[in-house]
Design a binder for this molecule. Structure first.
Ligand SMILES: [Cu+2]
Length: 98
């Protein structure tokens, strides 16, 4: 019994380490959002983005006309995010930083 425990412990550790390695870290991107003309618009944009599966957090800046989105890259893509805002009436595209 004691022997079995000694063998299985390291194996369990390896499995856990592998699981962490396979889970991709969340991505954060900033979208330039068009058509936000009043204080209600950011709320609509935020809701549209949060409906996309894999999105964990969203913050919309009305002054800068941007939306910053954190998402699981295994579940969502940048294209799905821009599509979600576009379908809500607010076309967007990722801001590429130099
Ligand atoms: Cu509005």
């Amino acid at each position: 019994m004691r022997r079995a425990t000694l063998v299985f412990r390291p194996m369990l550790g390896m499995l856990l380490a592998a699981g962490v390695a396979f889970a991709a870290p969340p991505h954060t991107i900033t979208l330039a959002v068009e058509n936000m003309t009043c204080g209600t618009c950011p709320i609509v944009v935020k809701r549209a983005l949060e409906r996309v599966p894999g999105v964990s957090s969203t913050s919309v800046d009305f002054e800068k006309k941007t939306a910053t989105v954190t998402f699981d890259p295994d579940k969502a893509t940048a294209a799905q995010l821009t599509q979600a805002t576009t379908e809500a009436g607010f076309p967007s595209k990722p801001i590429v930083r130099p």
